[in-house]
Write a protein that binds this ligand. Structure first.
Ligand code: 1HN
Length: 341
């Protein structure tokens, strides 16, 4: 064969198509580039909150909506925030219940406001307090209720797009059969988790875990006395209490603090990240684009995008975040790069 550009007559490609075959050299270039989105996105609370209030008047979990959830819709689809993660806000009004169901999609909930509402995971009621993180592992029954006088609002985080892409999404609504099932252990079996500075990872067992704000925040403050991380400021990881590994096999959760004036260095890594501003104000630079944020805003960092964070306010800034990076680590697909600036 001649060296240089391949000469192939067009009937070859037609015949290939009819044989359900495709030529590597015709299709591979875009695949090698990866093709993930490069732009960050932000959902500002002053736009999200009025829409949630309106949804509160229009639909409810008791009127067939199953859950009153507004999904932060990213560039790829209206049901996903990044190609691998879904983030949403959910509101349960006084007296409402969101029926129990289970799915192979794992979820985490970061509570924004609640006084007496609860999530029920595997038959156990977990009361919600602002700043708490509640974990519903894959295939655990979970529903929500609110017997207080205050609306309950939280941020949901799910690995839904990842699970769907792997074609392993299973869903089961609540049933009389499930209702009748005795909970084998009448004692409390929800574990209370804690945080640690960044470290090693391993796999884990599946049971509900709650990380109370009252335990996590003091640990973050304790870490704030140290130097912090050049790329993340002061950061702690929500670790699984049984394994010391990530929050879930597919989702890692973090709480980070940027001290007034603190500006992190720029890096990038595989794994997208959803950030929620718990406290304070500042900005992040994503692929050179500045995104200003303040309390209760939520923003998404696509995979492999250069980023740095800054606290431009005079108080501490606190970001809650979650990422599919644990799944990537397990699969040997995690990588990072530091910018020499
Ligand atoms: C879901 O099951 C919940 O159980 C919340 O509260 C948000 C977003 C996408 C898919 C499933 C819930 C969700 C969700």
């Amino acid at each position: 064969m001649q060296k240089g550009k391949t000469q192939v007559d067009s009937s070859f490609y037609q015949d290939l198509e009819e044989a359900s075959l495709s030529a590597f050299w015709k299709v591979i270039a875009p695949l090698q580039k990866g093709g993930s989105p490069r732009r960050g996105r932000i959902w500002r609370w002053d736009q999200v909150h009025p829409m949630l209030e309106r949804a509160g008047k229009l639909v409810g979990p008791d009127q067939g909506a199953e859950r009153r959830v507004l999904i932060f819709a990213g560039a790829e689809s209206s049901a996903t925030t990044t190609p691998t993660l879904t983030a949403s806000v959910q509101m349960v009004l006084p007296g409402e219940t969101a029926p129990s169901h289970r799915h192979t999609i794992s979820a985490i909930r970061f509570v924004l406001s609640a006084k007496g509402a609860f999530t029920e995971v595997e038959g156990e009621r977990i009361p919600m307090e602002p700043g708490d993180l509640i974990v519903t592992p894959a295939w655990s029954w979970h529903g929500h209720g609110n017997e207080s006088r205050e609306p309950a609002v939280w941020l949901d985080g799910l690995d839904a797009p990842l699970v769907r892409a792997l074609k392993v999404a299973f869903f089961e609504p609540d049933s009389e059969e499930h209702q009748k099932q005795e909970i084998p252990d009448s004692g409390r079996h929800t574990a209370t988790g804690s945080v640690r500075a960044l470290g090693a990872h391993s796999s884990q067992a599946a049971f509900p875990v709650v990380y109370p704000w009252s335990e996590v925040y003091p640990e973050l403050q304790h870490q704030a006395a140290g130097a912090g991380d050049p790329y993340d400021g002061v950061i702690v990881e929500y670790v699984h209490p049984a394994t010391g590994g990530p929050t879930l096999p597919t989702l890692g959760c973090y709480l980070q603090l940027l001290r007034p004036g603190e500006k992190t260095r720029t890096h990038r890594h595989t794994g997208s990240v959803i950030y929620h501003v718990v406290r304070g104000s500042g900005y992040s630079t994503l692929e050179g684009e500045r995104i200003d944020w303040q309390k209760r805003d939520t923003f998404a960092l696509p995979s492999w995008v250069w980023h740095a964070h800054s606290n431009s306010g005079s108080e501490e800034a606190i970001l809650f975040s979650f990422t599919e990076a644990p799944a990537l680590r397990t699969l040997g697909l995690y990588r990072q790069e530091e910018k020499s600036d």
